[in-house]
Write a protein that binds this ligand. Structure first.
Ligand SMILES: NC(=O)c1ccc[n+]([C@@H]2O[C@H](COP(=O)([O-])OP(=O)(O)OC[C@H]3O[C@@H](n4cnc5c(N)ncnc54)[C@H](O)[C@@H]3O)[C@@H](O)[C@H]2O)c1
Length: 336
């Protein structure tokens, strides 16, 4: 297949593009190399992808519709959309970046999909859309109407924008709700990277909500496995479905659209996560215990029955194994 990956120089886009190339697909990448975190890391990922002749990477912002349209051309067999302004905490101080990348950027993508629909569009969403939901584990069929940050609000809006395009223009669409993804080539603004960097540099780490937080940490290799398995599971339009969808399926009643959680379904206490980093680095952390940050949630926990129903796969990498893989990469990348 010929597949478009937006945000291909990003953490998840890079791993996905690499796997799609390994699987024999032709991949076109687009990334704006935004300065949200060190673009040198994005450039390095991009260079690795470019070594494969089946990969063609472009530097462009999704907001630049003319440039995006030229790259989209006559369209693709499938599209993975990862380019976004990510990060929960950054959205408190830089809300405009989220409106531009996530709302305008995704709108531009949808306009291109409309005129040359792929067989399947898979768009990144986030566990943050569950917002103030108190019922765990989070299910795709739960209402998710109370976002706590603009990041979450733009991602929920993306789900709904994509639903309307899916309905109007018959675009098979899967919204992917990721739960705290970690692993080699990870994001410097996320906990694992920040904690490891602090440990190696002998600095203390900030522990929010005095450590009373749990996250459904998902290893990037598992995430990618789930996403490539979902590629062939494009949702069907209502009149093409052989049977009614089971109750746990989030399939739209009016569009070939569904939302799927991808998480490890194992919430880990923050201090156990720190212990896993200590074990992998052989270093002791010194902790600054702080209050809960605005916009944060105490727990994320994925229900992954729908993912299993569709793919026969459930994320399985043990936390210590995944953290050790990250630390090995971090040591090699930074020479520490
Ligand atoms: N990493 C996680 O734990 C996590 C969790 C939930 C959801 N997500 C979502 O997954 C997707 C990928 O996240 P990631 O962790 O790989 O983040 P990332 O920041 O590493 O990757 C995003 C990439 O998109 C590019 N980009 C950003 N805005 C752009 C724009 N307007 N035009 C063109 N390129 C642009 C960036 O340069 C970057 O390389 C995002 O949509 C994010 O919201 C990630």
């Amino acid at each position: 297949m010929r597949i478009l990956v937006t945000g291909a120089a990003g953490f998840i886009g890079f791993h996905t593009a690499r796997r799609l190339l390994e699987d024999g697909h032709e991949v076109v990448g687009i990334d704006g190399f935004t300065p949200y975190y060190d673009p040198a890391l994005k450039l390095r990922r991009h260079e690795i992808l470019q070594q494969n002749p089946a990969y063609c990477g472009h530097e462009a912002m999704l907001e630049d519709f003319a440039a995006f349209k030229a790259i989209y051309g006559e369209g693709f067999d499938a599209v993975y959309h990862f380019a976004a302004q990510a990060g929960v905490r950054y959205s408190l101080d830089n809300p405009r970046a989220y409106v531009e990348a996530n709302l305008v950027g995704t709108f531009n993508l949808l306009e291109l999909l409309r005129h040359a629909p792929p067989r399947h569009a898979l768009l990144a969403s986030t566990s943050s859309v569950y917002g103030a939901n108190a019922s765990i584990p989070f299910r795709e069929t739960d209402r998710a109407d109370h976002p706590l940050t603009l990041y979450a609000a733009t991602k929920k809006a993306n789900e709904e924008m994509a639903h309307s395009y899916s309905h109007l223009f018959n675009i098979p669409t899967t919204m992917l709700r990721f739960f705290t993804v970690y692993g080699p080539w990870g994001r410097p603004d996320m906990a694992l990277f920040k904690f490891a960097a602090a440990l190696f540099e002998g600095r203390p780490i900030d522990i929010y909500n005095h450590g009373n937080m749990r996250r459904d940490f998902t290893f990037v290799g598992d995430l990618v496995e789930a996403m490539v398995r979902l590629l062939g599971q494009a949702p069907l339009a209502p009149d093409a479905r052989p049977a009614p969808a089971p109750a746990l399926d989030s399939l739209s009643p009016v569009a070939p659209w569904r939302v799927v959680n991808i998480g490890a379904r194992t919430p880990v206490a923050l201090m156990d996560f720190v212990a896993a980093i200590e074990a992998a680095t052989g270093l002791r952390a010194s902790c600054n215990f702080m209050d809960m940050q605005q916009g944060d949630v105490p727990i994320t926990f994925a229900n992954t029955e729908l993912l299993f129903l569709l793919t026969g796969f459930t994320p399985k990498t043990p936390l210590q194994e995944g953290v050790s893989a990250f630390v090995a990469w971090y040591r090699a990348y930074h020479g520490v």
